[in-house]
Design a protein around this ligand. Sequence first.
Ligand code: GRG
Length: 295
Amino acid sequence: MRRLNDALKDCATDVDAALDSLLAETGGPRARVVEAMRYAALSDGKRLRPFLVMQCAGLFGVAGAAALQTAAAVEMVHCYSLVHDDLPAMDDSDLRRGRPTVHKAFDEATAILAGDGLLTEAFAILASPQCHAVAEVRSELVAGLAAAAGAAGMVGGQMIDLSPQRGGLDLEGIRQLQSLKTGALIAFSCEAGAVLGGADPAARVALLAFAADLGLAFQIADDLLDVLSSPQEVGKPTGQDAAMEKATFIGHLGVEGAQTEAQRLVERARARLDLFGQKADLLRDVAEFVVARRR
Ligand code: GRG
């Protein structure tokens, strides 16, 4: 795991530098929204999704630097989703990544605009020739991110999460909700690596199967952190699912059952990478990491 921790740290450093330059500070009357976008993006996230983009691209010989713009774009969409999710109209959270949420540090209207700005900027990055020289590759990335982030993906999952039916979902319903809400962007992160690397269909199928298991394991781990950790440990409020009476994996499986299911998914995710051999060792470690993480 030491190798993985170092690799995650290196990835975070590169992604921070890319975000810093892509979201350049500006003066004048619109400075405040850019400041809020930077506040949301340049905070202490794990940068898991960028790591997946870069590692998956690396399986096909794509250098980290050549995948960095795509990785930063995915992180911007993730950060937008956190900013909007924290708003009073949604989860109404005061704490994110160990500090005040954007609407607390700025104000609600600025937080909405900052989220909108991050989402929009992400597509501008993918559409730019600096992201990839080949227009078809850029267009596939744009279409893939739009599908993962939109109503057939993350936004759709969030809608189900906020719906009156949410409280009574059965296990399959929770699986479907989470595969949209958090799974779709995780899956796109892996797929983007395959697109950048011109992967063949078998490799793509394997990566998407890996991502599906990883996404669910990640979400179960998130549910467990919500129940078993303190806000200081995770840098965001805990006990939220119970407070909102949301049906969760833990509600259906119990803590031990959820841990067992997460571990089963991790093992299956790791096996999905067999065809990549040792090149995928860090991705195998990431699967372990998502359930062992403490935040
Ligand atoms: C508002 C359209 C819209 C969608 C919001 C992703 C999401 C949908 C909400 C986030 C709420 C949440 C806590 C979901 C659980 C899983 C999750 C995405 C956790 C945060 O991701 P991490 O752990 O966070 O990768 P860091 O801060 O490390 O990037």
